[in-house]
Design a protein around this ligand. Structure first.
Ligand code: SF4
Ligand code: SF4
Length: 435
């Protein structure tokens, strides 16, 4: 099959585990733990104090600069403001709310049936106030991306690739609510006024493609582009290249070639904010893997502990090896289940001992070149690994280590089972420290 970007791999997608079952609503947790860090940029400062009563959707944290607010995901009482374990492995400031199970809603956001008279600035402010970030996991502030893309974007791309194995939350969202995604795209189009508007999806999502085709029958502006399945097609640079043919230079963003990419869930939340007056208080999460009893997609309030979430999916099996926030290629392994879902949590993956590739011993590099062929960023992972081990920052810089998107294709292909991406990630950290 024709490749539309350099490199990449074809891991078994295992999507049938979660995509073949109905999406489930879950019983709400007794407490939610809302981290003040749920986006790239400055953390929020709490706007509430212990003892305050809060409504669902009430803003409970905000800040200046590259920061978007966070909201209470249940109504109830603030019982603590303290550091708790975050999915990134650090301890971050969180607001803990005891659920009163009344779901009393904050109604301060306005719902606009007709948004055509809203100015660009008004729409961008609504997106900010709703706390919308890159919901595919990137968690970059959507209002900032939209504002900085204005007048520079020829091609707007909705990213429905969801190329990581196991994850199906975007797929299910598209099957259930294609109109919400399309309406969110129209709202962003009003702001960016692009020449071309594309919804890009991989060809392994047959039901979502059918739902989109139906929803797009009378649509003139939005084009559905079905791409051959290949990992990491959902990475911004690879997707832009697959859709437009333009290669984004190292260190640059999609806008450098006149493109802007937003995840499909981000569009659905944009619709919710503008047309329904709803901030981000919940999200669909795939719970999958061979070590969980009932894989599937579940709606969870933001701030639901992984422990509670996994219980709702029938609990872990005895053969559990690892729990990951995100997918197997780029996700973050968790030390325990105390972290909570944040806006960018698309998946909780529970892998069994049978998937334990790390148990295989690392062998010396045989210079086969497989990692170089697989690297979508045209890097030389074998040398990045070697210089990373030696801590040679100058060589790491010369070989453009910072262009690595940590996709894991190199480790996946390596016959010597070298933990390439881990070493490269460490190398990037060293370079950052010296910058
Ligand atoms: S993890 Fe980095 S070095 Fe390895 S294939 Fe992906 S982009 Fe290339
Ligand atoms: S794939 Fe592994 S063995 Fe082959 S060149 Fe790369 S690091 Fe060496």
């Amino acid at each position: 099959m024709k490749r539309l970007f350099f490199g990449g791999v074809h891991p078994a997608d295992k999507k049938e585990l979660s995509a073949s079952v109905e999406v489930k609503m879950t019983k709400e947790p007794k407490q939610v733990t809302i981290p003040m860090t749920q986006h790239i940029g400055a953390p929020c400062e709490p706007l509430v104090a212990v003892g305050d009563t809060v409504k669902k959707g009430q803003k409970i944290g905000d800040g200046k600069g590259l920061c978007v607010p966070v909201h209470a995901s249940v109504s109830g009482t603030v019982v603590a403001i303290e550091k708790r374990r975050h999915i990134n492995g650090t301890d971050e400031l969180c607001v803990i709310i005891e659920n009163d199970y009344k779901d009393t809603e904050d109604t301060s956001m306005i719902a606009y049936d007709d948004y055509s008279n809203l100015s660009d600035d008004q729409i961008i402010e609504i997106i900010r106030e709703a706390g919308i970030v890159g919901m595919g996991g990137a968690t970059f502030a959507t209002n900032v991306k939209a504002a900085t893309s204005m007048e520079r974007v020829k091609t707007l791309i909705a990213n429905a690739c969801e190329c990581e194995p196991y994850i199906t939350s975007d797929d299910m969202l598209l099957r259930m609510y294609p109109e919400r995604v399309l309406e969110g795209m129209r709202i962003i189009c009003q702001v960016l006024d692009p020449e071309r508007v594309v919804l890009a999806i991989e060809d392994n999502k047959k039901e979502a493609i059918a739902a989109l085709k139906k929803a797009l029958v009378n649509e003139k502006k939005i084009e559905l582009v079905v791409l051959p399945t290949r990992y990491p097609q959902g990475a911004e640079k690879q997707l832009v290249q697959a859709v437009t043919g333009s290669e984004i230079p190292g260190g640059e963003l999609p806008k450098s070639v006149g493109a802007a990419v937003f995840n499909v869930a981000t569009f659905a939340y944009t619709y919710g904010a503008v047309c329904l007056g709803r901030p981000v208080t919940r999200r669909m999460v795939t719970i999958s893997g061979e070590a969980v009893n009932n894989p599937g997609n579940y709606w969870f309030r933001i701030g639901t502990s992984f422990e509670y979430a996994v219980e709702q999916a029938g609990g872990l099996k005895d053969n559990v090896w690892k729990v990951i926030a995100g997918g197997p290629m780029m996700g973050l392994a968790q030390q325990d289940l105390s972290a909570c879902t944040i806006k960018g949590t698309s998946s909780i993956l529970c892998l069994s001992e049978e998937q334990n590739g790390e148990a295989q011993e690392e062998n010396p590099c045989i210079r086969c070149g497989a990692c170089v062929k697989a690297c979508p960023m045209k890097l030389q992972p074998l040398y990045l690994h070697a210089y990373g081990k030696k801590g040679n920052v100058d060589e790491l810089k010369r070989l453009n280590v910072m262009d690595c998107i940590e996709c894991g294709c190199c480790s996946y292909t390596c016959p010597a089972k070298l933990h390439l991406v881990e070493t490269i990630r460490e190398g990037k950290k060293r370079v950052k420290e010296e910058m």
